[in-house]
Ligand binder design. Structure first.
Ligand code: MGD
Ligand code: MGD
Ligand code: SF4
Ligand code: MO
Length: 686
């Protein structure tokens, strides 16, 4: 502990404590927080953490503004006005619990427990608070099971068909790469430490190519930008395979030892000549040729596969196709080569002990896909009568907003929202509950990109009457009369249960090591799963997938066009932005000022043809809804494409409409994923 003297001359007790960034971001940074007299004064990256290395993003540098924000919800509230108005009165936790427990019991006895729907995602990535006590509670209750596929459902399924699990290269190795394809991933905004590694690789001679539908911050940083039409990446990947095979750039030995279905793949790739691919994807045939030859002759060659390119009707197949490239070139066996889509497989904990699916009644309750919340609220049988929202803001992030909000407006639906702020979702809540920030919680954090587990101990006491998700669902469980064995436990007990898992990746990793060092690295067979350790049915990388054939999917990669009807002139991609995380931070002035306002990028030729200019206010519309945006006219997108960035709140932003009014509840080709980016719209000046 150190003391510092302020300008006014009084002494402050200053110390630096360790924390973890809790947001849904692959970097899962270790934080150094400067405390002054017990108050969070500033936040930096932890210089000692092997991945964070002292660097964090601008969003989290000012996280104290969020924690001490005057708008934070500090006590439970009950709705007094009509739904949609944000009129509440303060109530005690005792009253809130009594009402919630009464409603849960009443709903279960009158309509069956499946009429209760939890709706959550990863507003806080802590294991205990995102997939711990909450899961136990809803399992024991027998509530509908939420299919949590809004983020990476399609791509994870596609990758799994090829590789068996969400497991790729160790990002720390990517400093060694000589050629990197950053494919449908906006890493300057969404994975800054991957940028750090690849910048180091570039200093050592690497070339970095960004393949995207949008010339953005990542394109500006990369050495080359390749513009592609949305939803056509499978064709580009197949075109690259065509050239690799034709030009003898395939590592025959690796393919023979580690893959199945090479002959079927060769027959398929044959059809995807650079010319055919250019026609589909908008990537010139010469570029397809050159990309394939550059990628196929470099070593180590690495691919960062993004989440963006799989938010499409055909997103699962796109990820599957791209993940085959390193198998053809044998790059999985090269340190600094391979690919990363996600690395969640390495950090998987004991979900059976953590989430206790054994507590569910038999037969198992139905599944509800979170991307189809609108339909679930408007037409599910049996009807949803009680929705419990936490770690998520469905009134902004879920597709087909008008259906979602219409469903949330239902008078016979009882809704509880647990959050730190009065989000748009709270507009429809009967009861609002105050959530702690992660700084106030014990938790365990795993990254879905790097390979460190981190233990978090609270650095401040719970503010106001806030409770963590863990405490909320523990106390609700005990009030429901659920088994003390599962609910009357501490955070430490639950972390120990989660770590009690027989997997080589957690070998030797204990609560005590985490407590002592703050983090520990998962064990990985260097450099990755290879050779001979691939968890597909055949035990090999599946270029041909029998499981896909049985699921009614093309067993070898095949370009299937988007399913969104072709009756509107523009394909709209509604991505996240630099300064928010999904809708989180959308109520913070500093970050809102940086983003200014919702905009849409349009190609200059499209604008000229419609008499539209930079800065024009336009309405994007389709049969599902509309959203007002300001046009950015340049050559950042191909003709026929529009890109918006950011999931803006309506509450607190006059005239702003959620872009998800335009997106569809249609599911992706596999994995029950979202199709946010396969959206067709028309544009009119307002
Ligand atoms: N600053 C910031 N960081 C974040 C988030 C955030 O909201 N803001 N969100 C976090 C979360 S939850 C996630 S899932 C990740 C997402 O981070 P990323 O994986 O980077 O995904 P996106 O930003 O959705 O999209 C990446 C890129 O894909 C492009 N794209 C869209 N469609 C296509 C296509 O058909 N083909 C190709 N090649 N490119 C396409 C988009 O233009 C975009 O530049 O980021 C996390 N980190
Ligand atoms: N159009 C379009 N829609 C998208 C996307 C897109 O790119 N385009 N991206 C999609 C993706 S990839 C994702 S991952 C989803 C993300 O969707 P969400 O998971 O809903 O993400 P956020 O909008 O960040 O909302 C998280 C909420 O959790 C709250 N929260 C934070 N910590 C806690 C806590 O400890 N307890 C409780 N109870 N609440 C807490 C935050 O205050 C915030 O309101 O959005 C999806 N929606
Ligand atoms: S949001 Fe991502 S980059 Fe920023 S501090 Fe958190 S983990 Fe690190
Ligand atoms: Mo996500």
């Amino acid at each position: 502990m150190a003391t510092a003297t302020t300008m006014a001359g009084e002494h402050k007790n200053t110390k630096i404590v360790r924390s973890v960034c809790p947001f849904d971001c692959p970097d899962t940074c270790s934080l150094h927080v400067t405390m002054e007299d017990g108050v969070i004064a500033s936040i930096d990256g932890n210089p000692e953490h092997p991945v964070t290395k002292g660097a964090i993003c601008n969003k989290v540098r000012h996280l104290n503004e969020r924690v001490y924000h005057p708008d934070r919800i500090m006590y439970p509230m009950r709705r007094t006005g009509p739904k949609g108005t944000l009129e509440f009165e303060r109530i005690s936790w005792e009253e809130a619990y009594e009402e919630i427990v009464g409603k849960l019991k009443d709903t279960a006895s009158r309509h069956g427990a499946e009429a209760i729907l939890p709706y959550s995602f990863y507003g806080n990535m802590g294991i205990l608070n995102a997939e711990g006590m909450d899961r136990r509670f809803f399992h024991r209750l027998g509530a509908s099971q939420l299919e949590r596929t809004i983020c990476n459902g399609a791509g994870s399924a596609g990758y799994r068909y090829t590789m068996g699990a969400s497991a790729g290269s160790d990002p720390e190795d990517t400093v060694h790469t000589k050629y990197a394809l950053v494919w449908g991933c906006n890493i300057v905004s969404t994975n800054m430490h991957q940028v750090v590694y690849l910048t180091e690789a570039r200093k050592r001679g690497a070339k970095i190519v960004h393949i995207d539908v949008h010339r953005n911050r990542t394109s500006a940083w990369a050495d080359e930008f390749v513009a592609i039409l949305p939803g056509t990446d499978t064709a580009l990947a197949l075109g690259m395979m065509h050239v690799l095979i034709r030009d003898g750039l395939v590592d025959a030995e690796f393919v023979a030892a580690n893959t199945v279905g090479y002959d079927e793949l060769v027959a398929q790739a044959e059809k995807y000549t650079p010319e055919v691919v250019a026609e589909i994807s908008g990537v010139p045939a010469e570029t397809v040729e050159r990309l394939a030859r550059e990628y196929g002759s470099a070593s180590p060659a690495f691919i960062r596969i993004g989440n963006g390119l799989q938010h499409h009707d055909n997103g699962g197949m796109a990820v599957r196709a791209i993940s085959i490239l390193p198998a053809l070139t044998g790059q999985w066996n090269v340190r600094g080569g391979g690919a990363i889509k996600g690395n969640g497989h390495y950090s998987a904990l004991n979900a059976r002990k953590l989430e206790r699916p054994d507590l569910m009644p038999r037969p198992l309750p139905r599944w509800v896909n979170m991307n189809r919340l609108g339909d679930a609220l408007l037409s599910a049988e049996p009807a949803v009568k009680f929705m419990f929202v936490y770690n998520s803001n469905p009134a902004v992030v879920a597709p087909d907003q008008n259906r979602v909000r219409e469903g949330m407006m239902r008078d016979d639906l009882f809704t509880v929202v647990h959050d730190l702020f009065l989000t748009d979702s709270c507009k429809y809540a009967d009861i609002v509950l105050p959530a702690t920030s992660h700084f106030e919680n014990v938790d365990l954090f795993a990254s879905y990109w790097h390979l460190y587990l981190q233990l978090h101990e609270p650095i401040i006491a719970p503010m106001g009457e806030c409770k963590s998700n863990f405490t909320l669902f523990k106390e609700l469980g005990l009030r429901m009369g659920f088994e003390p064995e599962a609910f009357d436990i501490t955070e430490e007990q639950m972390i120990r249960e989660a770590l009690d898992y027989d997997t080589p990746h957690l070998d030797g990793l204990t609560y005590e090591t985490l407590e002592r060092d703050g983090w520990a690295k998962m064990k990985l067979d260097a450099p990755s799963l290879f050779p001979g350790n691939i968890p597909t049915p055949s035990g090999k990388i599946e270029l041909y997938s029998e499981s896909m054939r049985r699921a009614g999917l093309p067993p070898v990669p095949e370009y299937v066009p988007l399913r969104e009807p072709d009756d509107m002139p523009f394909l709209l991609v509604t991505g996240p932005n630099h300064s928010f995380i999904n809708s989180t931070f959308g109520n913070q002035d500093r970050l809102k000022r940086l983003e200014k306002q919702p905009t849409a990028d349009m190609n200059a030729d499209d604008a000229a043809a419609r008499g539209l200019a930079n800065g024009d206010r336009v309405r994007l519309r389709n049969e599902r809804g509309e959203a007002l945006v300001t046009l950015k006219v340049a050559n950042n997108v191909l003709p026929g494409v529009l890109v918006t960035q950011g999931l803006w709140w309506e509450h607190g932003n006059d005239g702003v409409q959620s872009v998800n009014a335009l997106t569809s509840q249609r599911l992706s080709d596999m994995g029950g994923g979202a199709t946010f980016f396969s959206t067709r719209v028309d544009v009119e000046r307002v």
